[in-house]
Design a protein around this ligand. Structure first.
Ligand SMILES: Nc1nc2c(ncn2[C@@H]2O[C@H](COP(=O)(O)OP(=O)(O)O)[C@@H](O)[C@H]2O)c(=O)[nH]1
Ligand SMILES: [Mg+2]
Length: 380
């Protein structure tokens, strides 16, 4: 067994090369194709649409965003695909007990079977309807999370009355728990859709993750916007964990000759992997500009310095659809200049190891840039 094979078995945790290759295909397919359906429900005005936009990293009024403060829209079930991961779908559901959706038949009417879990949003106390819904969801053996929204407003108002933030949060939490006491200790999260780095969003993410099977867990980590250093680190380790599999699947197929790389690699596949990383890390212009605006700092100028990022941007047409196949020659060229490790692996004539090095180098490069952005933005 050569270095190549033993690294493969080690990375995959499998006993044979055949099993490792099969597992690699499963991992890669999973990341691209595992579907996640998230239902967001609650009364009109609760902040559902705002929350849907926030978790998709989409700004109010932006193309494809959920309309805010529009009553009519909540009489229908509306699906909002994630802007860069179409396999993640967020459903804006009308509140339970609206004329079209009676409490009794609600779950059936909204086709509850389609959803992986439910987020029940309320801007005030949770009401009878929320409780009824949660009980029904529980009966159907699905997960639900209560989001108490618009916490930024409560904090601001109460602080004007001389209360400390901690005290306000504690009070709201107690109040929600009392409303929902029938459910045992219910999963309640205090959220502002204006800023996911605040209050309980991190905790909500962790709870959703812990309830999901592993492939869906990875998908949700990659799809949520980068709102903190920790959320970025999670994305990085999720992508890194998949690299061995991608190296297996993308190695050994010479789709296009790559200048500077003397081994075979599927550049289209590698290109779309880096494009996925790029969007998942929030490095695209649109996302950076939004972050720049929010924190009032000129971030865009700085990050343009990454060679790989330039290549990703230039390998047009750069659509925001992750499934899009790229003309990745530019990306491969950029890679060949940042692969000192791959150089030695190539010399040894190994394919798995060299492909893995290229992927790791590229991922690390984008991660470095993304970390810099987070630091510059002053996020923790
Ligand atoms: N300050 C603040 N306002 C919010 C928040 N979430 C929603 N809103 C506002 O509340 C109103 C209703 O929100 P919307 O998302 O349309 O609620 P929906 O009817 O449940 O979809 C809009 O004016 C939003 O701007 C929040 O977290 N903070
Ligand atoms: Mg709405």
């Amino acid at each position: 067994m050569d270095d190549n094979d033993s690294a493969l078995l080690n990375d995959s945790g499998e006993q044979t090369k055949e099993r490792a290759i099969a597992k690699a295909e499963e991992v890669v397919n999973g990341l691209n194709n595992v579907v996640l359906n998230i239902a967001v429900t609650g009364e009109t005005g609760a902040g559902k649409s705002s929350f849907v936009n926030a978790i998709r990293g989409v700004k109010v009024g932006e193309k494809g965003s959920a309309p805010i403060g529009v009553t009519e829209c909540t009489t229908e079930v509306t699906m909002y695909p994630h802007p860069t991961m179409p396999n993640v779908r967020i459903w804006d559901l009308p509140g339970i007990g609206t004329p079209r959706f009676k409490a009794k038949t609600y779950l059936k009417d909204v086709k509850f079977k389609n959803y992986d879990f439910f987020i029940i949003v309320s801007a005030f106390r949770f009401k009878e309807n929320d409780l009824t819904l949660a009980k029904e969801i529980k009966k159907q053996k699905k997960n639900f999370y209560f989001v108490r929204s618009k916490i930024d407003l409560d904090v601001r108002n109460e602080m004007e009355n001389g209360r400390a933030e901690e005290e306000v949060l504690h009070h709201i939490r107690e109040d929600c728990l009392r409303n929902l006491s029938e459910l045992g200790p219910p999963p309640i999260f205090l959220i502002t859709s204006k800023d996911l780095s605040k209050f309980d969003f991190q905790k909500l993410q962790e709870t959703m993750e812990s309830d999901l099977p592993s492939q869906k867990k990875d998908v949700i980590v990659l799809s949520l916007p980068v709102y903190s250093m920790q959320s970025l680190e999670k994305k990085y380790s999720t992508l890194k964990k998949a690299i061995w599999a991608l190296a297996v699947v993308s190695g050994g197929i010479a789709v296009a000759p790559v200048p500077g790389l003397s081994f075979a690699i599927d550049t289209t596949m590698v290109g779309s992997f880096f494009t996925n990383c790029y969007f998942s890390f929030g490095l695209d212009d649109k996302t950076l500009r939004k972050l720049s605006d929010r924190v009032d700092k000129p971030i865009l100028e700085e990050v343009k310095k990454s060679k790989l990022m330039q290549a990703i941007v230039n390998s047009s047409p750069l659509t925001t659809n992750m499934a899009a196949k790229l003309g990745a020659a530019g990306i491969a060229e950029a890679l060949s200049s940042l692969v000192p490790i791959a150089g030695s692996a190539v010399a040894a004539g190994v394919s798995f190891l060299s492909t893995r090095s290229v992927l790791l180098e590229g991922l690390d490069e984008l991660y470095r840039v993304a970390k810099k952005v987070i630091e510059m933005a002053g996020l923790q």
